[in-house]
Design a protein. Structure first.
Lengths: 670, 315
């Protein structure tokens, strides 16, 4: 038994044991034990993933464990990357949960389900047969649903969010189920090895791909199947949001890569054009909605849609290049996509944990009521700032590196035939670029309005720093961000190995130690040198300034108030007003609803008593796409009630006529 | 790292730090003369900086460390670009940093940090300036990146040195539709990014129209000197990049003293001419309404997208 197998086994058994402890332990020790257990599970999973990424792998088949198909597990490099990401996120969330869960989240149910959710997410990328994958997928959906529901007694919105999540995740499950069953029906068995060997006709392959794509994309929060994400992520407890947003959504990408590349062996160009287009639309729409959002966690949720959209741009480009036969570029694009998965996991867990810390301290997620947190919660402020820098794709943040790689792949994607590529690649670059620009504005808003300036509300003014274990959880995630930002070359071989499995044993597309060098195409970047350069430049400028500036002490002074007396927090820009210019610019896309009520004094119309301003930016896709469907379903339901009036005679009549009809049918067809 | 790159890495920042206030002086002087005024002279920005540096530093009440660090970050980002980008020499002191995306991202980092500092003051002016600047940045970024994309597709690399060298070797490329479209798009972007007319008026202190000035309203003394120097340097860097992307002639390709001298002179002349043109154009332009600016930027975005499509089709 090698290291990968033993540590994976340890991860799963510790996770299961933690779940039992969570169900049995006393209320006082529960959250500590579960937190430690989950973090240990995460460490073991990280070890297993790391070992598998450096070449070890294992397979396990237990035919008797589940009826019909049995359980079969295989840990290869592609799955190992996702196991490692989930493990890493679980460590941070587990440590964070020790004290975070003390505040109303330490019920037996929540504490038992939390480690189970982690275990389910670890098992999904390791499943190597259709039956096993579906079982673990459903286990993941159910456990996460229970965790989303954790706070349903406190806020009525939780129940509604959970309903959306339950329906959408199960519809997704149905499409994945039908897709994979169709696939398995055309193969000698339901094992992945059998599926790889299967000879399927192009139309069946396309059907399988489309069905699974719908299910996996919905899990990844990709448009237009994203509607659950901005609901469920804000309403779940923050460490669960972090797990969902940084680990669970990745498995949607895993599914697309596994089925599309590994099992179906690539495919025609239009598959990947579709994936790329979905990614581009999701990226731009997601960040636009995030830019408008004033709910901190909803903003982060939409940012997940954006980042997974960027990942899908990479995946789509990889498929497109593979279809053209360009192995180098396709390897590069997939490596960029997978690196972005890694980076997104690191900074999004950091951001969600910091947002949870804010929620814990102030009780509100509304940016318009926050502000000034830097005084009360300096560590959380620093953590969120570091995460925001990473998320806005600016150096020395993490996302900058993966977006740079992604853009390099797109730029070198010279058309093999000058056809669709010549239009797709520029549009894809434009989408990535627009996303990058809007992300900067979004995260300047989130960090600036939320944490800097003066407190806008009572709660924000009384904010206090979180307990040490929560800070430690954030610290771990922040450390991961720093490592990924400054030394991405440490993980790039692993990412290359994972993309090699998907694309069929390609050598690593990216090399280098301090400097990232692209193999096969020109391009190099050194995040470490950029950071060092910035530091040196700042120190030199400071030194020169100190040398020439007058040696006079710093003096504090009043802010410029136009001579109108002290400034109050009501005069500050809020998140809503900060985003207003962008809202105007993208008016046609967002279709915001605004309402200004001016209340006058009775004496004169020129004297204003009060002005009320209301703004809502509804999710337009949801309104156009979901509302009609929901309305139709409701209409069907109402039509159905006319059949069921409550009269027993009528029901007996239905039975009688149905039986007669059936007999006649049988008589006629015989 | 070559000798040429090393020399460039020393000459360029010195030249840009020393010359940036002079460029602002030239711009103001040209405007003054065209408007029939005498003007304060080219050296006035340097005199202003000297005066500001001699004053005591002031921390407005209620601001945090970020507010104090922001001017340094702003200068540092621009300084890094000044060191690595090919202004005087084609070789770069740190090639893995002299990537077009990295340079654009570094400059955007400076803007973002200054916007955060503006929000940090908690005044309405600060928030307003930050909000407007971020809106403009969000719209400028895509144009800038797509225009860069258009320029790098024919070269097959986003390395600045590679693009400049390849234009030197193939001068005909400058008049190709790709370059021309990208050039027009970049002009609009540079005007927006450096806060010149018609996007922002650098000479205004009227709250309805301020963008950049609103963000820096609370700075005083040495901090203000850094901010002023940094914005002058950004203008110089953008003009220098523009000049060398489309007309790299004169740039030093070897470490010979004469070549370096020609490189320095060529850069000075190119930036001065571009600056004078910019100032002359500003005399005839009025500031656009803030909400008409996105239309201008959307237009330049379209041009850059056309440039990319052209570069693919003509490749």
């Amino acid at each position: 038994m090698n290291l990968a197998a033993s540590s994976f086994g340890a991860a799963v058994s510790i996770g299961a044991l933690t779940a039992i402890i969570g169900a049995l332990a006393t209320a006082r020790s529960r959250s500590t034990l579960v937190g430690i257990g989950t973090a240990t599970t995460g460490v073991a999973a990280l070890l297993a993933g790391g070992a598998a990424l450096t070449g070890e792998s294992f397979s396990l088949a237990a035919p008797g464990l589940l009826p019909l198909s049995g359980v079969s597990l295989t840990l290869d490099a592609l799955g190992a990357l996702f196991v490692a990401v989930t493990g890493g996120v679980a460590v941070a969330c587990g440590v964070y949960g020790v004290s975070y869960a003390r505040h109303g989240l330490d019920s037996r149910l929540v504490q038992a389900v939390f480690p189970l959710f982690v275990v389910a997410m670890l098992l999904v990328p390791v499943a190597s047969s259709v039956g096993t994958l579906l079982v673990f997928w459903e286990l993941m959906a159910l456990t996460s649903l229970l965790l989303v529901l954790a706070e349903h007694r406190r806020r009525p919105a939780v129940a509604s969010a959970a309903r959306w999540y339950a329906v959408m995740t199960h519809l997704g499950f149905v499409t994945i189920l039908s897709g994979l069953l169709v696939f398995a029906a055309h193969a000698p068995g339901d094992d992945f090895a059998a599926l790889r060997e299967a000879e399927v006709s192009p139309s069946v392959a396309a059907l399988v791909f489309l069905l699974t794509l719908a299910g996996f994309a919905s899990k990844a929060g990709i448009l237009p199947l994203h509607a659950w994400l901005p609901r469920a992520h804000p309403e779940a407890p923050s460490h669960v949001s972090a797990l969902m947003s940084a680990a669970m959504v990745n498995l949607g990408v895993y599914g697309i890569v596994r089925v599309g590349f590994d099992l179906l062996g690539g495919g025609p160009r239009w598959w990947w054009l579709l994936v790329l287009a979905l990614g581009a639309v999701s990226a731009v729409y997601g960040i636009l909605q995030a830019a408008m959002s004033t709910d901190l966690k909803r903003l982060l949720g939409f940012s997940t849609t954006e980042n997974l959209g960027l990942v899908l741009i990479g995946v789509g480009a990889a498929g497109l290049f593979a279809a053209f036969g360009d192995r180098v570029l396709s390897g590069l694009a997939l490596a960029a996509a997978l690196l972005h998965v890694l980076n997104h996991a690191a900074f999004k867990s950091l951001l969600f944990l910091a947002a949870g810390s804010v929620l814990h301290a102030t009780g509100t997620r509304d940016l318009d009521e926050l502000g000034g947190l830097r005084a009360g919660m300096p560590v959380t402020t620093a953590a969120f700032g570091w995460g925001a820098l990473a998320a806005s794709a600016l150096p020395p943040g993490t996302a900058f590196v993966s977006e740079w790689l992604l853009l390099q792949a797109l730029i070198h994607g010279l058309p093999a035939d000058g056809g669709a590529d010549a239009i797709v690649m520029p549009v894809a670059v434009a989408a990535v670029a627009l996303t990058a620009g809007l992300a900067v504005a979004t995260f300047v808003k989130a960090f600036g309005v939320g944490f800097l300036a003066k407190p806008r509300g009572e709660a924000a003014a009384r904010a206090h720093e979180s307990p040490p274990t929560m800070l430690a959880g954030m610290g771990l995630a922040g450390l991961a961000c720093a490592v990924l930002a400054l030394a991405p070359t440490l993980v790039l071989p692993a990412v290359g190995a994972a993309s090699g499995v998907a694309l069929g044993g390609e050598a690593s597309a990216v090399t280098g130690t301090v400097t990232i060098r692209l193999a096969g195409v020109a391009g190099s970047l050194s995040p470490l040198m950029i950071t060092l350069g910035l530091l040196v430049a700042a120190v030199v400028s400071l030194g020169v300034l100190r040398a020439v500036a007058a040696r006079r002490a710093r003096r504090t002074a009043r802010l410029w108030d136009c001579g109108g007396g002290p400034l109050s927090a009501r005069m500050e820009y809020t998140a809503t007003s900060f985003a207003e210019p962008l809202q105007r610019v993208f008016d046609d896309v967002l279709a915001p609803e605004q309402d200004v009520d001016v209340d006058h004094f009775e004496e004169s119309r020129y004297l204003v008593r009060a002005v009320a301003y209301r703004r809502a930016v509804p999710d337009r896709v949801e309104r156009r796409l979901y509302q009609p469907v929901l309305a139709a379903v409701a209409a069907w339901g109402r039509a159905g009630t006319r059949l069921a009036t409550g009269s027993v005679h009528r029901y007996l009549g239905y039975g009688f006529y149905t039986l007669c009809g059936l007999l006649i049918l049988l008589a006629v067809t015989r | 790292m070559t000798l040429l790159g090393l020399i460039g890495g020393v000459i360029q920042p010195v030249l840009i730090v020393g010359g940036a206030p002079l460029l602002v002086g030239v711009l103001r002087q040209v405007r003054a003369r065209l408007e029939g005024r005498v003007g304060p002279g080219v050296l006035q920005p340097w005199r202003d900086l000297r005066k500001l540096v001699g004053k005591e530093a002031i921390t407005p009440r209620g601001t945090s460390e970020l507010f104090r660090v922001a001017p340094l970050v702003l200068v540092a980002t621009t300084l890094v670009v000044a060191v690595v980008a090919p202004f005087v020499t084609t070789a770069s002191a740190a090639d893995p940093v002299a990537d077009l995306f990295a340079v654009v991202a570094l400059l955007a980092l400076g803007t973002a940090v200054l916007a955060l500092a503006a929000i940090d003051t908690g005044t309405a002016f600060g928030g307003m300036g930050a909000s407007r600047e971020m809106t403009i940045l969000a719209l400028v970024e895509p144009t800038l990146l797509v225009a860069i994309f258009a320029l790098s597709v024919p070269v097959g690399s986003t390395s600045l040195a590679a693009i400049v060298s390849s234009t030197l070797n193939d001068p005909a490329r400058v008049v190709s539709p790709v370059s021309l479209l990208a050039a027009v798009a970049l002009v609009v972007v540079i005007v927006a990014e450096t806060g010149r007319l018609p996007v922002d008026n650098p000479a205004t202190h009227l709250e309805l129209t301020m963008v950049h000035e609103a963000m820096t309203l609370e700075y005083a003394g040495p901090d203000l000197a850094l901010v002023e120097l940094a914005s002058a340097m950004r203008l110089t860097v953008f003009l220098g990049l523009f000049a060398n992307l489309f007309a790299p002639w004169g740039i030093a390709t070897s470490a010979a003293p004469l070549a370096l001298l020609v490189g320095v002179l060529a850069l000075v002349v190119k930036i001065a001419v571009l600056g004078a043109l910019l100032a002359a154009a500003e005399v005839f332009l009025a500031k656009l309404r803030l909400f008409r600016v996105p239309e201008l930027l959307a237009g330049s975005f379209l041009l850059s997208l056309l440039a990319v499509s052209a570069s693919f089709f003509l490749a």
